[in-house]
Design a binder for this molecule. Structure first.
Ligand SMILES: Nc1ncnc2c1ncn2[C@@H]1O[C@H](COP(=O)(O)OP(=O)(O)O)[C@@H](O)[C@H]1O
Ligand SMILES: [Mg+2]
Length: 259
């Protein structure tokens, strides 16, 4: 298992945001977490990214305990994320945002940079090549030198995916990748998620409200409600489970197949 969470609990004052949540994400899978607003999905991502510390439970990535690591160490181990509300440097260009996404891997400090300018230069060239490769992959080359602030929302979401991919992650956390997108853009997101997983070999852990998208791309689904994991299984098993669907998610949704 690439990521293993055991009995994670988080409390904010009187709110128990996560209650002994356990799950395991196999390498190479698209694993979705669904559930109504306030279920604890973003909190779970924040625990994995180490933005917040669980009051109880354990977290392992690639066989190693990551419960106590600093957020930048998590990133350096190969966990990248996108945010529910796109988080980019809006006054910077697309290319610069992708370059910043790679700083988790820079090995040199300021003094080392003075001493080994050649190494720094090579790293910089490598980072630019990687940014360009990701821009090509996502079809974003024409926006390379455009400031993020000037781009439409859907393109910004794609740039944020690019920033995460530029760090060459092993595990990609996507918090509501289709939120706020028109239906044709959602189909595009579905294709990209599968492609990132299958062709780039990135394991994907995704939170998403669009159950059609979840059904179309996920190998495995975990359902959270009020901080509790109430169901888990293949997308078909979980989405057809009438208890889950009726009680927490509204009427059944037919899977959409965008390709
Ligand atoms: N930083 C925080 N401080 C206090 N309460 C929070 C904080 N973050 C989340 N919560 C609460 O925890 C619960 C889970 O929130 P969240 O993880 O954002 O849910 P979801 O992403 O599933 O909609 C909610 O009741 C929310 O109000
Ligand atoms: Mg959320």
């Amino acid at each position: 298992m690439l990521l293993e969470a055991r009995d994670l609990s988080v409390r904010f004052g009187g709110v128990q945001a996560l209650r002994a949540v356990s799950f395991a994400v196999p390498e190479g899978a698209v694993f979705a977490i669904i559930g109504p607003n306030g279920a604890g999905k973003t909190t779970l991502f924040n625990v994995i990214s180490r933005f917040i510390t669980a009051e109880a439970g354990r977290l392992r990535f690639a066989g190693r305990a990551i419960d106590r690591l600093a957020p930048h160490r998590i990133a350096a181990l190969g966990i990248a994320r996108t945010f529910q509300n796109v988080e980019l440097l809006h006054q910077a260009t697309v290319k610069d945002n992708l370059l910043l996404g790679q700083h988790v891997h820079r090995r040199t400090g300021f003094l080392a940079e003075l001493a080994f300018l050649g190494t720094v230069r090579r790293q910089e060239i490598r980072m630019r090549e990687r940014a360009d490769e990701v821009l090509d992959y996502l079809g974003l080359q024409r926006y390379r030198d455009v400031r993020v602030a000037e781009l439409p929302y859907g393109t910004r979401k794609l740039v944020e995916l690019g920033r995460a991919l530029a760090s060459a992650p092993r595990l990609l956390l996507l918090d509501e990748p289709a939120a706020g997108l028109a239906s044709e853009d959602r189909a595009d997101v579905a294709l990209r998620i599968r492609d990132v997983c299958e062709r780039r070999g990135v394991t994907v852990l995704m939170v998403e409200h669009d159950l059609g998208l979840v059904a179309a791309v996920s190998d495995h689904v975990l359902v959270l409600d009020h901080g509790v994991a109430i169901a888990e299984g293949t997308a078909a098993e979980v989405l057809e489970s009438s208890a889950v669907v009726d009680a927490y998610l509204g009427p059944p949704v037919a899977p959409t197949t965008p390709w």
